[in-house]
Design a binder for this molecule. Structure first.
Ligand SMILES: *Cc1c(COP(=O)(O)O)cnc(C)c1O
Length: 358
């Protein structure tokens, strides 16, 4: 079986050496030594002032929405993982969907202003597949209309835009360190911000709103443990090598698929990519479905990431977003991980060629 993704695991001895530190300290959670070390290293790596390691990326989004005091309508993209819209709804915000751009599949800033109403409080945009949103245009709109900007930066780890980590844009950003992500801690995530006031609230909300032992603000349990921090400490030094390996595979796909009628998102100018995913857009949904079935019959897993578009979820009433709907119906992520060898890649691209050129 060739999986669309495979979790990279560090050498067991290395993880065990961190476990020995946990056993020596006796502290397994609640802001332990490894968590503080990971947070510091991640702050340095991402170039952000504040970073809070959380239990997952969805809670990171929820805690950020709360800390930013976002309540009303939130302009967001229909082309993302379900957690982006789910977090908004869970926090009683109203998602207002604005279509994506044709090049990067991120929210189209040219369409945002038409969707702003007196109830609009914020923009929640997604740097989808590690492609960069048009961050300057979004920041300018937010300034003009006094809106907050939160990025779902779940796909951005290791990507840089104009020399800055892509995760560092916006008033705050939420990252996911789920096992399927490029940098992972098994389960995990983080909220990042440069804003001190916001950071103070995030710290409170992440851990039950504790102020000292007896006093509380509102809060939730979004903390993460020493066991997960240990995984992060093992993984972080490997990020450059993991990105280099994915770059190699992505360029293999580029070369072997270049004559096929497949479209890919185009990286923004100034973006240093992380090659987190390898999405291809088929000429039609029928072409996608038959290729996917042929690959599945050969035990090659792919993923319709993202399908359905979030404005078409059964529990939301989203306006139509023609481009997101068209891309969502025709996009497939191809296998991309350390476990994919060049001969597996050849098998995958040969099958796609047979499907698409027959
Ligand atoms: C993975 C992901 C999330 C959710 O992160 P979890 O850590 O799984 O909760 C949110 N948004 C996007 C775009 C994602 O890919």
């Amino acid at each position: 079986m060739i999986n669309v993704t495979k979790t990279f695991l560090p050498p067991l001895e290395e993880y065990v050496s961190y476990l020995e530190r946990i056993w020596a300290s006796g502290q397994i959670t609640n802001n332990g030594e490894l968590l503080r070390e990971l947070e510091q290293r991640l702050k340095d790596f991402l170039g952000v002032k504040h970073l809070f390691f959380t239990a997952n990326g969805t809670l990171a989004l929820q805690v950020a929405l709360r800390a930013m005091d976002i309540k009303g309508q939130v302009i967001t993209t229909p082309f993302s993982y379900v957690a982006t819209t789910g977090a908004l709804l869970w926090e009683h915000c109203e998602p207002v969907f604005v279509d994506i751009g044709p090049r990067d599949y991120c929210i189209d800033p040219g369409k945002i202003e038409a969707a702003i109403t007196p109830e609009t409080e914020a923009i929640l945009a997604v740097h989808v597949y590690g492609c960069a949103c048009e961050v300057d245009a979004i920041a300018a709109i937010a300034r003009r209309h006094n809106l907050k900007v939160l990025y779902d930066a779940a796909h951005t780890f290791g990507a840089r835009l104009n020399g800055r980590s892509l995760a560092s844009y916006g008033d705050a950003a939420a990252l996911s360190f789920h096992a399927t992500k490029l940098f992972h801690t098994g389960e995990g995530g983080a909220v990042v911000t440069d804003n001190d006031d916001l950071a103070r609230k995030i710290r409170l909300y992440r851990a039950f709103g504790h102020i000292g032992e007896d006093y509380f603000s509102i809060g939730i349990n979004a903390k993460n443990s020493e066991l997960h921090a240990a995984m992060g400490l093992c993984m972080l030094p490997r990020v450059p090598e993991l990105i280099a390996m994915r770059r190699e595979l992505a360029s293999g796909y580029d070369q072997q698929l270049h004559e096929l009628p497949l479209v890919r998102p185009q990286p923004a100018e100034g973006l240093e990519r992380n090659f987190a995913y390898y999405p291809v857009v088929f000429p039609s949904e029928a072409a996608l479905l038959s290729a996917r079935a042929a690959l599945a019959a050969a035990n090659i897993g792919t993923r319709r990431y993202f399908f359905p578009p979030l404005n078409r979820l059964p529990y939301v009433q989203g306006d139509s977003c023609p481009l997101a709907e068209a891309v969502s119906a025709r996009v497939l992520c191809l296998p991309l991980s350390h476990a994919i060898t060049s001969s597996m890649q050849r098998e995958i691209t040969d099958m796609l060629r047979a499907c698409l050129l027959s």
